[in-house]
Ligand binder design. Structure first.
Ligand SMILES: NC(=O)c1ccc[n+]([C@@H]2O[C@H](COP(=O)([O-])OP(=O)(O)OC[C@H]3O[C@@H](n4cnc5c(N)ncnc54)[C@H](OP(=O)(O)O)[C@@H]3O)[C@@H](O)[C@H]2O)c1
Length: 301
């Protein structure tokens, strides 16, 4: 098996840590794994395959000669470093918003539009998390019935805002229960026992009234499904859950859908697990879904 040298950029973050775990869990053919973050994390050690790898401070020249880069250190870092790395021959899988809407950069969800990868020129963008999970579930329905309009409301966990946001929810929840004050820091309001309709938490609403996250879902879904005329309305809400985003998606199809067929298609669609038996109180919830892929890795689910 051909093995690849892999760099994880943003290795100490909420996303980077998951990337390292998944490389290990999926037995990705890695010849050499190098971990990068900012100067703050230089020298930290993170586990990978029974070893503890040292985190290095990122600089573009350290990536020279490496083959694959998994970038997740924010869009400013990606904008500064990914094009240089790509010019030096690295294939960058960029998890930030830096290049998603760049017409020359494919925006890929493997279960939905793997063909788009062929057009890459060194950078392959990975969509926003709320977009990915929606299009994976929409793909079989789109293929069978066509899609005219989507109305989506998200219930997003704090993991999407990074590790510091997860810490804020944990500490603030404990403080609220102890009747102590814990002023918001990452979020604009108290997140514990609350719901905040502003994602990202640091960005103002746009002139059209949508937030950045809502705009990402709308634009990215159109790009991935290759349908610029798709009508989409999105409302994104942050809720006090640690991991796993939930979404309510209402879809208007082009053809009259057949519910039994839709269920069958979803049950066998790649990346989808159908949990739909309300009579026995079986439906997806963050508490049962978080870590699901990891727990079921050995069964191939
Ligand atoms: N969380 C999600 O579910 C999610 C989903 C999709 C996309 N994303 C995107 O992925 C990126 C990271 O998200 P996250 O949730 O993992 O954030 P996070 O937990 O705050 O981690 C940020 C990571 O970036 C590193 N970093 C920050 N500034 C850097 C710099 N100047 N040079 C090198 N490394 C730097 C940090 O290193 P230090 O430890 O040294 O600070 C850390 O490893 C963001 O762009 C986010 O929008 C996140």
């Amino acid at each position: 098996v051909r093995k690849f040298s892999v760099a994880v950029v943003g290795a100490t973050g909420a996303v980077g840590i998951e990337m390292i775990r998944i490389l290990e869990q999926r037995c990705f053919p890695v010849s050499d794994l190098r971990l990068f973050a900012s100067a703050r994390s230089k020298g930290r050690r993170l586990p990978f395959r029974n070893r503890r790898l040292v985190v290095e401070e990122l600089s573009p020249e350290k990536l020279e000669g490496m083959e694959i880069g998994l970038f997740s250190a924010g869009s400013a870092v990606s904008k500064a470093v990914a094009p240089v790395a790509a010019r030096n021959g690295m294939v960058v899988i960029d998890n930030t918003s830096a290049f998603r809407m760049d017409p020359g950069t494919p925006l890929v969800v493997p279960e939905v539009n793997p063909h788009a990868i062929a057009r890459h020129r060194g950078i392959i963008a990975n969509p926003n998390c709320a977009t990915i999970q929606m299009v994976v579930a929409l793909k079989p329905l789109r293929d069978a019935f066509g899609i005219k309009r989507i109305i989506v409301t998200t219930f997003q966990s704090v993991s999407g805002a990074g590790l510091r946001a997860m810490n804020e929810l944990e500490r603030q929840s404990a403080a609220v229960l102890a009747h102590k004050r814990y002023p918001p820091d990452i979020f604009p309001h108290q997140i514990a026992f609350n719901a905040i309709p502003q994602i990202p938490q640091s960005d103002a609403f746009l002139p059209d009234g949508f937030t950045g996250e809502e705009t990402k879902i709308i634009d990215e879904t159109r790009k991935i499904l290759e349908d610029g005329s798709l009508r989409i309305c999105a409302t994104c809400v942050r809720i006090p859950v640690f991991r796993a985003h939930s979404e309510s998606v209402t879809v208007e199809t082009r053809e009259m859908p057949d519910v039994a067929k839709a269920r069958r298609l979803l049950a066998k669609a790649p990346g989808v697990v159908l949990m739909d038996d309300p009579s026995s109180q079986k439906y997806p919830m963050p508490a049962t879904v978080a870590g699901y892929a990891r727990r079921n890795a050995s069964t191939g689910d």
